[in-house]
Design a protein around this ligand. Structure first.
Ligand code: UDP
Ligand code: MG
Length: 316
């Protein structure tokens, strides 16, 4: 079912964004008018600003915007829940009111032209459209490279994640509903979306500077986000224990052979063997067994997630 004039819902997470809100709204407002004039979206489309427990006047600005424009909706979270949860809050409260929902950062570093492309793709029948950054020049050297390394690491550990895609994406109403079946506390949307399946595609855009204000992702938030992504999606670190355990255990067997040889044929210090051997042997065997424990924990870990085991695409 391809929507002719879909109702678009934009979800915009805001954390201490009083400086950018007004500007962003103006840009989005003119985008909405263009899209409506071009008959690409329904006039009942909306933009929902989610105030993620800001400490500045973000919420007051949202209220002002709401009174000035019928496009605007707002959600205020009780405290700062973090970017991912703010997105989820916006999606879950508006999934029923829109045919497709686009999540985009309110600083509008992502190219708005990509929004138009995303809607075109949606009207072509795609359920999920990922926005992928082609250039990250406006990000600092540090941020650019740590981000690249992070994507690389995630992929190496077997997580299906799209390079240079952050949380700028379109999802159809039904894809969003499937998202709610993933009941995980450690929400890492980038990793979950590919698990939903359905028809998906990418649109590419160059990233620009923040409209105003500073990045709300501090070094600490970035690190904890990366750690969350890894531990919520990969058991590779647990596997690593088993692998290291096997290596050390094998080496200890070789060392045992060598120390027997040296005991009988070389003139080593007395007592050397009885000290050195247990070190190798116990070290190896302990790691190996911790690794085995790890394997079971990994099973528990994937079980307690209660992730959906299947998702229905079409029913006839
Ligand atoms: N954000 C949020 N809660 C937070 C941190 C950030 O809702 O705890 C929002 C922020 O307002 C912005 C988006 O998430 O709309 C991305 O944050 P930011 O632009 O600071 O990150 P960067 O683009 O530097 O990665
Ligand atoms: Mg930003």
């Amino acid at each position: 079912m391809v929507q002719d004039k879909p109702v678009l819902g934009l979800i915009l997470p805001c954390y201490n964004e009083e400086q950018v809100l007004e500007d962003s709204f103006q840009k989005l407002n003119s985008l909405f008018h263009t899209l409506i004039d071009d008959s690409k979206i329904s006039p009942s489309s909306f933009m929902c600003f989610v105030d993620d427990g800001s400490r500045d006047s973000t919420w007051e600005v949202i209220l002002q915007l709401k009174s000035a424009s019928t496009f605007v909706r707002g959600i205020k979270l009780s405290r700062n829940f973090g970017h991912q949860n703010a997105l989820l809050a916006g999606l879950s409260s508006h999934a029923d009111h829109a045919d497709c929902l686009i999540t985009i950062d309110v600083d509008l570093q992502d190219d708005l032209n990509a929004v138009t492309q995303m809607i075109d793709k949606f009207r072509d029948g795609y359920d999920i459209v990922y926005g992928v950054k082609t250039r990250r020049e406006s990000d600092s050297f540090f941020k650019r490279n740590t981000a690249l390394f992070f994507y690389f690491l995630m992929r190496r550990m077997g997580v299906d994640i799209i390079y240079n895609h952050a949380d700028f994406r379109l999802s159809s109403n039904r894809a969003v509903k499937q998202l709610f079946q993933f009941n995980e506390i450690n929400l890492f949307l980038r990793g979950i979306y590919p698990l939903i399946g359905f028809r998906s595609t990418c649109v590419y855009y160059a990233i620009s500077d923040r409209l105003a204000g500073e990045s709300k992702y501090s070094m600490r938030k970035m690190l904890s986000f990366a750690l969350k992504g890894i531990t919520a999606f990969s058991i590779a670190p647990l596997r690593l224990i088993t692998t290291v355990g096997i290596v050390i255990f094998s080496l200890s067997l070789i060392a045992i052979g060598y120390s027997f040889y040296s005991y009988f044929f070389l003139n080593t210090v007395k007592g050397w063997m009885s000290i050195v051997l247990p070190i190798y042997f116990l070290g190896g065997i302990q790691l190996l067994f911790i690794g085995i424990l790890g394997e079971y924990i990994a099973k528990i870990y994937t079980e307690v997630k209660r992730r959906p085991r299947f998702i229905i695409d079409i029913t006839v």
